[in-house]
Design a protein around this ligand. Structure first.
Ligand SMILES: Cc1cc2nc3c(=O)[nH]c(=O)nc-3n(C[C@H](O)[C@H](O)[C@H](O)COP(=O)(O)OP(=O)(O)OC[C@H]3O[C@@H](n4cnc5c(N)ncnc54)[C@H](O)[C@@H]3O)c2cc1C
Ligand code: FES
Length: 259
């Protein structure tokens, strides 16, 4: 591990040295992590690849952005640079990027922002016009609004909301999103956040007939399709269940039902 920096609000950025393995990773893919020699909790925990670390054009490693919520993440938070970390990945299916898309909206709540800096860096490399990218970022309070300076630095339009009104507009981040969808229909809507937020985004994508990809954060045990613990309801009789670790975590909104 290269670093483990506290970001405030119980969040940390952890950098990993890794050149070959990460070169083929796609934004939205995840890794399974635990400390070397860690006995409890026994299972690795899933985290999105937040961004790739480069030295010039050479890939040096990658970073995760994580929030401390329980035992596994608390152990990670206590670890120090140089400590051995057991990492499995990259895993799963990431976001599909279409170079013909012009107007792109991002929607995230809290730590749901984690996979998106990697996607944005791929958009920059592909020459997207970032002035046509709009980010809708929500949190419970101002401390939950992560990466705001990173978004400003790449020139996207940024709308912030908080439940308590401590920064940005007070209320749900779905409200300004819907208003913006009515004004200028996006070619693609990418979203990540808690299930109730994703339910609203999926409903919005249906109401306005929008292409939409969502990244779901189900509880995962193996991360490799073996335990079937990450099942998500599918929308077809042919695929009544999809597994977030192998079929996702990124799904087309029309392919899943979140309950
Ligand atoms: C594909 C994927 C990518 C993820 N990416 C990130 C990321 O980039 N950054 C990040 O901070 N977190 C991410 N998560 C969530 C992260 O994996 C969990 O927060 C972590 O596993 C919690 O481990 P713990 O041992 O600290 O908590 P536990 O002791 O296992 O749980 C503590 C509390 O958190 C809840 N919880 C556990 N896992 C999840 C989950 N997946 N979603 C919602 N609540 C959960 C539990 O129900 C419990 O209430 C991701 C999850 C998935 C499936
Ligand atoms: S986490 Fe085990 S099958 Fe998906």
């Amino acid at each position: 591990m290269l670093w483990n920096h506290r970001q405030g609000s119980g969040c940390y950025r952890m950098g990993f040295q890794c050149d070959v393995g990460i070169a083929t990773a796609a934004p939205g893919q995840f890794i399974m992590v635990r400390l070397k020699g860690q006995k409890i909790p026994m299972l690795r925990r899933p985290f999105s690849i937040h961004q790739v670390i480069k030295e010039g054009t050479r890939i040096k490693g990658f970073e995760i952005l994580y929030k401390v919520v329980g035992q596994g993440t608390a152990l990670l938070a206590d670890s120090r640079a140089g400590e051995g970390i057991d990492v499995l990945g990259p895993l799963g299916r990431g976001f599909a990027l279409n170079s013909e898309h012009k107007t792109v909206f991002f929607f995230f709540f809290g730590i749901g922002v984690a996979p998106f800096m990697f996607l944005i860096s791929r958009m920059l490399e592909a020459g997207f016009d970032m002035s046509r990218v709009a980010v809708f970022l929500g949190g419970r309070s101002r401390n939950d609004l992560l990466c705001t300076e990173d978004f400003k630095a790449v020139g996207v339009s940024l709308t912030l909301t908080t439940d308590d009104g401590s920064r940005g507009q007070r209320g749900l981040v779905t409200s300004p999103l819907e208003a913006a969808v009515k004004r200028s229909r996006p070619d693609m809507l990418y979203a990540c956040g808690p299930v109730p937020m994703l339910q609203k985004v999926i409903a919005l994508s249906k109401d306005y007939d929008l292409a939409c990809q969502v990244s779901v954060e189900t509880v995962m045990a193996c991360g490799m399709g073996a335990c079937l613990g990450c099942a998500v309801e599918g929308t077809t009789a042919h695929q009544p269940y999809r597994h977030a670790c192998v079929d996702g975590p990124v799904f087309d909104a029309e392919d899943i039902i979140l309950r």
